[in-house]
Write a protein of this length. Structure first.
Length: 108
């Protein structure tokens, strides 16, 4: 049985995180690479509406229902929550962030 697609919703913090990653990318790698990386982020996240279960459970946010998942993209983690009605993209953060910061995502 095929799952119904779900709308993908971005948190305000995720939107700000993407801007920060983009700015850092421009400073570090140049505008063209920053734009490619940003496009890759949105390509992956926009595809979650149909493929929200293909990524693994976030090992720092374990639940019985496995609602917290993550996409590992180069040195970043994209963390999202699956609900009955939507896929809610919470944050994109550098993979070297502290576990405490990752656990705080539950409050978004």
């Amino acid at each position: 049985m095929e799952k119904e697609p779900k709308p993908v919703i971005y948190s305000t913090q995720f939107k700000q995180d993407v801007i920060d990653v983009y700015k850092y990318g421009i400073e570090t790698f140049g505008k063209i690479q920053a734009e490619k990386y940003q496009e890759n982020i949105y390509r992956l996240v926009d595809g979650l509406g149909l493929a929200y279960e293909i990524y693994p459970e976030c090992r720092h946010l374990i639940t019985k229902s496995r609602i917290y998942r993550w996409i590992i993209l180069d040195s970043h983690l994209i963390i999202y929550r699956i609900t009955k009605s939507e896929v809610f993209v919470l944050r994109i953060m550098h993979s070297h962030r502290s576990i405490t910061k990752i656990k705080d995502i539950r409050n978004i």
